[in-house]
Design a protein around this ligand. Structure first.
Ligand code: FMN
Length: 360
């Protein structure tokens, strides 16, 4: 029986050669938000390693939407131009080039992780941050200003413009980052959204800004290309965002033209992470897939080929995304193919390393 992991997947006009995706992973390695050789080699290596989709890390839709001063961005044509060789190289390897579009909201203007997450002072390049409500993530993070309606409209426009730029450079999937406690998740969760206007309070009000972003991006992004959304399916906390709300949101997003929900969890407030164990977020992908009737991606501690295959065989997701395991081993997809008795598809340049009898 052929594996499902290596059965191509089609979403709209895009064909994925297998169901393994490189999850978005911030590298915190930019000056002024511009992609560098690091990004080309890092992402290019994973395309050479056989992934069916390679997703560029959270890319800020505005300078103020960065998490740290070293974040990647796509807020101008110069930023898009720096990303163009990545989209081209990834596609040349037969992988689908994808990009995650993001705005950090109240988690912006913080130091890179290896310098300890805390506010960046303005004299070191920090900037004022905005969020649905004027509540900081914790004492070390910046205190955000409350967003006005026109601030929200600006963010909607910034996401749409970033999608247009993504298209112009040959990206084939856009994923909207609506999880991990960043701006869109800050609107969704009652733990961060304390607004009393049309954007806070009821479920309908909390999903309003994210759905405006979805609608604007779908309009800017070609009909033949798939649109993904990453959600934190649950806040893991009483009174927070939960899976039932994720299901209802997924239904509404599907009606607006979202093709796949990438199911992560947590990170809206300190200590909202959940118990990480192998495949711990797979049940969210499963439930949202069944109850909202939409394609899903499973992510989180997926490290083995048989585990990934079983997730697909059980119908819990349509795609698996790997992050840290693909940092440890960019050739994971090629090894997984061998383990599942599939044609591995090593690059022709490397074939002499695959055959044990190869001679010069
Ligand atoms: C170095 C690193 C950077 C990350 N950056 C992002 C990011 O840009 N956007 C995002 O949605 N998730 C980000 N994540 C989370 C991953 O996409 C993934 O959801 C998480 O690591 C769980 O998958 P794993 O167990 O395979 O690592 C990052 C994770 C790591 C390890």
């Amino acid at each position: 029986m052929p594996s499902l992991l290596f059965t191509p997947l089609r979403l709209r006009g895009v064909s994925f050669k297998n169901r393994i995706g490189v999850a978005p992973m911030c590298q915190y390695s930019c000056h002024d938000g511009l992609a560098s050789n690091w990004h080309l080699v890092h992402l290019g290596s994973r395309a050479v390693g056989g992934a069916g989709m390679v997703m560029v890390e959270a890319s800020a839709v505005s300078a103020a939407g960065r998490i740290s001063p070293a974040d990647l961005g796509i807020w101008s044509d110069a930023h898009a131009a720096a990303l163009a060789p990545i989209a081209q190289f990834v596609a040349e390897q037969g992988a689908v080039p994808a990009i995650q579009l993001a705005h950090a909201g109240r988690k912006g203007s913080t130091q890179v992780p290896w310098q300890g997450r805390q506010a960046v002072p303005s004299e070191q390049g920090g900037w004022p941050v905005r969020a649905p409500s004027a509540v900081a993530f914790n004492d070390a993070y910046p205190l955000p200003g409350e967003m006005t309606e026109s601030n929200i409209t600006q963010v909607v426009d910034d996401f749409a413009a970033a999608a247009q730029r993504s298209r112009a450079i040959g990206m084939q999937v856009v994923e909207l980052h609506m999880g991990h406690g960043y701006l869109m998740h800050q609107f969704l969760s009652p733990l961060s959204n304390q607004r009393t206007d049309a954007y806070g309070g009821s479920f309908d009000a909390r999903v309003r800004a994210p759905l405006r972003v979805v609608a604007a991006v779908r309009e800017a992004w070609p009909q033949e290309l798939p649109l993904f959304v990453r959600l934190s399916a649950t806040d893991w906390l009483e009174g927070g965002w939960d899976v039932a709300q994720s299901v209802e949101l997924a239904r509404r997003m599907k009606a607006l033209g979202v093709d796949l929900v990438d199911c992560s969890s947590g990170s809206i407030v300190p200590g909202s992470q959940g118990q990480a164990e192998p495949g711990y977020q797979v049940p969210f992908a499963d439930q949202i897939r069944r109850e909202a009737d939409i394609a899903t991606a499973a992510v989180g501690l997926i490290t083995r080929a048989d585990q990934a295959e079983a997730i697909l065989q059980r119908g819990q997701a349509d795609m698996v995304l790997l992050a840290r395991e693909l940092l440890r081993d960019p050739y994971w997809p090629l090894r997984a193919a061998a383990q599942l008795d599939e044609e591995a598809g090593w690059p022709v340049q490397y074939l002499r390393a695959v055959s044990a009898t190869a001679k010069s």
